[in-house]
Design a protein around this ligand. Structure first.
Ligand code: UD2
Ligand code: MN
Length: 571
């Protein structure tokens, strides 16, 4: 992939932040004083209160849209709510933001780029003695069509909350964005800040290749990755670097706090209820609770904790160690699987993964990807991952995709790498690092659940929140995915952490609730009925003018109540 390096900026600036022009600044300050009736804001807080790029609204208008007294909006990580009665063109702007970014860009634009945040750290963290020999870090941030304010708030949160001597540079990798604000305006903005390197790709590389490119410009001995919609909090970097300086095979992640996609409220995770990383057999990362044994052995809830996987967006790694691990598989496209690739090989090839609860970084989690088309799954990445690292366990993933691997390219070099590094087996990883994983062999059956004669399968798009008709009947396609179910020994019909449930007279998917009766389904191999324990009713097909629906009816041994649970042998 050819690359054009637009600029390497090393202009010296005495002030770490750029003060927008004085007139605009004074104007904003006066407005605020009037609205608030006081002058308690520091200059710093008011700085660049209203980023001008991408929005044509005047200051007055913006002020009138925000509900509540908090000024500047979003101060201390507080949520920003908009007034209810917005004029039509404002409503349009809000909609546009959601459409382009899958979060409330309009609200984000109202919040200062360098907003204040509360210090989320536990007291214990503040009395740590970190090494005096901490290495310097290069922060790599890749983005494709990121919103102006979220991107620059990420940058400023790094600049404002990282001691200068620990920050080698920030490398922004623009993965072929076509939004206007990311062209000249971004260049003009960052060229005034010292130690920012802006690299642009000449065509769309996808997240992994963009990161690999960013690494080439990194000169720090530690590389830190951040997504392009993050906010770092006080003291976020030191505890990460400290773990690495003690042992450079440690790959460490901060606690990933949540920045609300609608209000941009900063919500810190409670470290007493800390989540660590796991994965499911779709090879997707999942958050998990800490096993009880581990929990009770810990020195302190804020002490570093080992984790089977990391979510992948926010972590620090020794550059040499990363290189030794062969960085990432450079055939990974656009999105997905690189987080588990790194997780598996770190553990299997002699390193370890940790979450460091003294380090908090916020991230805007969103429900969908603006750049991902419906149905696009990036299967190739996941198949490559399974081929190289999963040994015989890859079959569990392949079942999930109906054993259709598709064209996944050549993986021989990645296998070579694994051999060269003398990495341990995937079984070793599961036994020693992730013993709490659920293996499909522990289940009564895995596969489709279909009507005996109609060729219709239980199907669910797995979306929570839409109770009604979240489980439907559709033509069996034998491709796994939304028609792949696990029938557990206890009678749950399950996919990952969701269970078939009968609540409020609806058949639906709901979080598995520890074998409650409404989630238990008895299968009678003889009559082929599936009976719900709680209601004592049976799964039936019902004919509507739009086609067949799934309903629960009194058990009558009629043909519309006959089902096959694939691979179930009665045990
Ligand atoms: C999660 C991870 C992300 C990555 C991904 C799986 C967290 C918080 N985030 O992403 O780092 O591991 O799962 O691959 O753990 N991007 C590009 N080019 C592209 C597509 C995306 O540069 O073609 C950037 C994007 O602007 C963002 C980052 O990659 O900064 C991750 O993408 P995302 O934020 O849309 O996805 P997310 O948070 O689910
Ligand atoms: Mn993200």
């Amino acid at each position: 992939w050819v690359v054009s390096l637009v600029t390497v900026v090393r202009e010296y600036m005495s002030n770490r932040v750029i003060v927008s022009d004085a007139k605009q600044y004074n104007h904003a300050l006066n407005k605020l004083k009037k609205k608030q009736g006081s002058t308690t804001l520091s200059d710093f807080e008011v700085w660049n209160l209203f980023p001008s790029v991408g929005s044509k609204l005047s200051l007055n208008e913006k002020l009138s849209l925000i509900k509540g007294p908090d000024m500047p909006p979003g101060v201390n990580g507080k949520p920003v709510f908009l007034e209810k009665d917005l004029r039509t063109y404002v409503v349009q702007l809000v909609k546009k933001g959601w459409k382009e970014h899958a979060f409330n860009e309009f609200v984000s634009d109202l919040i200062p780029l360098n907003r204040s945040l509360l210090d989320p750290r536990d007291e214990w963290c503040k009395y740590r003695n970190y090494s005096t020999q901490l290495p310097r870090a290069s922060v790599v941030i890749c983005f494709h069509n990121e919103a102006w304010s979220t991107l620059l708030r990420t940058v400023h949160s790094v600049l404002n909350r990282t001691p200068r001597y620990l920050l080698k540079e920030i490398i922004l990798v623009d993965d072929f964005s076509n939004m206007n604000h990311l062209q000249d305006p971004l260049y003009e903005y960052v060229r005034k800040i010292e130690s920012i390197i802006l690299v642009r790709t000449s065509h769309r590389l996808g997240l992994v290749k963009a990161r690999l490119l960013g690494i080439k410009y990194a000169s720090g001995s530690v590389i830190v990755f951040l997504d392009s919609h993050c906010e770092c909090t006080a003291g976020w970097l030191e505890p990460l670097l400290d773990r690495i300086v003690q042992d450079d095979t440690r790959v460490v992640s901060p606690v990933v706090d949540s920045i609300h996609e609608d209000t941009f409220e900063y919500v810190a995770q409670d470290i007493n209820d800390l989540r660590i990383g796991g994965f499911n057999w779709n090879l997707r990362f999942v958050w998990e609770g800490i096993p009880q044994e581990v929990f009770s052995e810990r020195e302190h809830p804020a002490a570093p904790i080992q984790t089977p996987t990391i979510s992948g967006g926010l972590f620090a790694i020794n550059a040499k160690f990363f290189e030794r691990l062969g960085f990432y598989d450079d055939q990974f496209e656009i999105w997905g699987a690189e987080n588990l690739e790194l997780s598996f090989k770190t553990w299997m090839c002699g390193g370890s993964l940790e979450i460091v609860p003294c380090s908090h970084v916020g991230h805007v989690f969103r429900k969908k990807f603006p750049y991902r088309k419906e149905g696009q799954t990036f299967r190739k990445n996941f198949v490559r991952l399974a081929e190289v690292w999963l040994d015989d366990y890859s079959k569990y993933f392949y079942q999930r995709i109906g054993n259709k691997k598709g064209n996944f390219g050549d993986v021989s070099q990645r296998k070579e790498l694994r051999k060269k590094l003398n990495c341990k087996s995937f079984k070793w990883y599961l036994d020693n690092v992730y013993p709490q994983i659920r293996l499909p062999v522990d289940d009564a059956a895995n596969g489709q659940i279909y009507h005996l004669t109609k060729g219709l399968c239980l199907d669910s798009a797995n979306t929570l929140g839409n109770l009604r008709e979240s489980v439907i009947l559709s033509k069996c396609h034998s491709q796994g995915g939304n028609q792949y179910w696990t029938y557990t020994k206890y009678g749950e019909i399950q996919r990952d952490d969701l269970c078939l449930d009968y609540i409020l007279n609806m058949i639906t998917l709901f979080i598995c609730r520890g074998r409650v009766a409404s989630q238990i389904w008895y299968y009678d191999m003889h009559t082929k009925a599936i009976r719900n324990k709680n209601s004592n009713l049976c799964l039936s097909t019902a004919k509507y003018h739009t086609g067949y629906k799934l309903v629960l009816k009194r058990c009558l041994d009629t043909s519309n109540q006959k089902w096959i649970i694939e691979n179930f042998d009665g045990k």
